[in-house]
Design a protein around this ligand. Structure first.
Ligand code: NAP
Ligand code: MG
Length: 503
């Protein structure tokens, strides 16, 4: 069944209907083409289950064409452009993203399910990100020095460094924030001077195709960005193995991240990884509860919990344990569940029936005890993939809801007593992951001392998951390799070449 206007709570813009009724081809070497095999698949609205559009499904043959196009563009026009010309193209794309924000927002909500306010927020971030990395493109600089005297006599030599693009980059992204993920990968890679083959997630193929059109409209030379929708096990795996690809940048599950590292070991491709999380949220008794209650609830339930930086292991001090639970239960029950296009929706659908079943499996297991469900705990009996935001109290460190990343709206709460920060940190760090986290306290000393003890790449105080173009983001432990965003985001796509000249 195909989506019609009567399936939706609001009117879609004519531009979005126009795009939905058109094609979603691959972008290879500057041309929009069907898959070589002719394969295509239907994208679905997770809130209604209705079909949205048909998109081309690439496989190894399309990846090969895309990688060749990227290699040709890298050797040719792209590497001959100055940093400043690259920056100008990035800014042009930022402006086009801004001009098309409504279309991209609506399409993203339909494809992924996220609330429209969140799609609007990420649309602004996406434009800003290209402006931000345009700035770094203009600032790519090396250093100068002189070699030690035992290498070349003092005053007789000069050493300088060049920062050069890694080459053709394969970028593989997940479905949870599809357009933002694609932009986060593309902006620094293009700023650095790399060319790209991007593989979006097959669950959310649509916005990447529109992004591809805007990239061509901005004037990027053909082959600089190639976008191949397709399945991970075929298109994704072919990209990882392709001999013309110098680096893989991956965001997704820890399981697939490990698989990619093993594949890349054969030819020692560079790899950067943004993987899963099970981030701790630590609430001290002096926390400002008025801000902490909604803040902690949103740490888990933002984006239906399908969010790698979600704070899903809550450690609450015994003194405020009941107050926090009661407050969050009230706040959570007031969150409107519905189609992401309704302006008052706070909780949209999960991405798929499979994801809903997976999340409910965790919840049902927890229902058996000894933990207790404080609020939520059910899937909605409607066509979309909706699960109530669920708070599970009195959880213990060995439970599966505490150890594994659920990627759904499920919070596991544990109690702590006393003020031994090392003991609290030992519990917060008892995880294979180390992506994000937050500390809630009014005491500056407690905040700084706790932050120093948490083994995570990204941590907030009295807020959770503060991400932005200039804030480095990535994981300790099994949450990943490398940092995206910020200056460090450029380092993922640049090699350093040291040059020494005997004078
Ligand atoms: P996933 O299964 O790992 O998929 C991520 C991407 O990898 C998709 O494009 C997928 O393709 C592709 N893929 C799957 N198997 C592959 C293979 N063998 N070779 C190459 N590519 C392959 O993850 P997901 O289920 O989509 O997303 C949820 C996970 O991503 C969660 O664990 C979450 O924590 C993590 N995540 C992390 C971050 C972060 O920044 N750290 C951000 C978002 C999500 P298809 O799915 O299209 O087949
Ligand atoms: Mg997947």
């Amino acid at each position: 069944m195909t989506l019609t206007p009567s399936d939706l709570p609001v009117e879609l813009s004519a531009a979005t209907w126009g795009v939905l009724r058109g094609d979603f081809p691959l972008l290879i070497d500057g041309r929009f083409v069907p898959a070589a095999s002719g394969a295509a698949q239907t994208a679905h609205d997770p809130a209604t289950g209705k079909g949205l559009a048909t998109f081309a499904m690439g496989d190894a043959a399309d990846i090969d064409l895309a990688a060749r196009a990227a290699a040709k563009a890298f050797a040719g026009p792209w590497s001959r452009l100055s940093h400043f010309e690259r920056a100008r193209l990035l800014r042009k794309l930022a402006d086009l993203l801004e001009a098309n924000a409504q279309l991209l927002g609506e399409l993203e909500v339909l494809d992924n399910g996220m609330p429209i306010w969140l799609a609007g927020m990420t649309a602004r971030n996406n434009a800003e990100l290209f402006h931000y990395y345009a700035g770094w493109a203009e600032r790519i600089e090396g250093t100068t020095t002189t070699p030690p005297a035992h290498v070349l006599a003092a005053g007789e030599a000069l050493t300088y460094t060049l920062r050069e693009p890694v080459g053709v980059v394969g970028q593989i992204v997940p479905w949870n924030v599809p357009l933002a993920m694609a932009c986060l990968k593309l902006a620094p890679a293009l700023a650095a001077g790399c060319t790209v083959v991007l593989k979006p997630a097959e669950e959310t193929p649509l916005t990447a195709v529109v992004l591809g059109r805007l990239i061509m409209e901005a004037g990027f030379p053909e082959g600089v960005v190639n976008i191949v929708n397709g399945d991970g096990a075929t298109a994704g795996a072919a990209l990882v193995k392709h001999p013309l690809v110098s680096k893989i940048s991956f965001t997704g599950s820890t399981e697939v991240g490990k698989l990619i590292v093993r594949e890349c070991a054969d030819d020692l491709k560079k790899v950067s990884l943004e993987l899963g999380g099970k981030s701790p949220v630590i609430v001290f008794p002096d926390a400002d509860m008025e801000k902490t209650v909604p803040g902690v609830a949103m740490a888990t339930f933002f984006l239906q919990g399908q969010n790698c930086m979600a704070g899903t292991r809550i450690f609450a001090h015994a003194d405020i344990y009941d107050e926090l639970l009661e407050g969050m239960a009230a706040f959570t029950s007031s969150m409107k569940i519905g189609h992401g296009l309704s302006p008052d929706t706070m909780i949209g659908p999960l991405i798929s029936a499979t994801q809903k079943a997976r999340v409910m499996d965790f919840v049902d297991e927890a229902k058996a005890g000894p933990a207790r469900i404080v609020t939520g705990g059910n899937a909605l009996d409607v066509p979309g993939h909706f699960v109530e935001p669920t708070i599970i109290a009195d959880t213990t460190p060995d439970m599966r809801v505490v150890r594994e990343e659920i990627f759904g709206p499920v919070m596991a709460v544990q109690r702590f007593e006393g003020d031994d920060l090392d003991a609290i940190a030992a519990r917060a760090n008892d995880s294979d992951f180390g992506l994000s986290g937050s500390v809630w306290t009014q005491n500056l000393s407690t905040a700084h001392r706790m932050v120093a003890r948490v083994r995570s790449g990204h941590i907030s105080v009295n807020t959770h998951g503060a991400v932005g173009s200039n804030i480095p983001f990535g994981g300790f432990k099994q949450s990943g390799w490398g940092r995206e965003f910020g200056r460090e985001g450029m380092d993922l796509y640049l090699e350093t070449k040291a040059v020494t000249i005997a004078l």
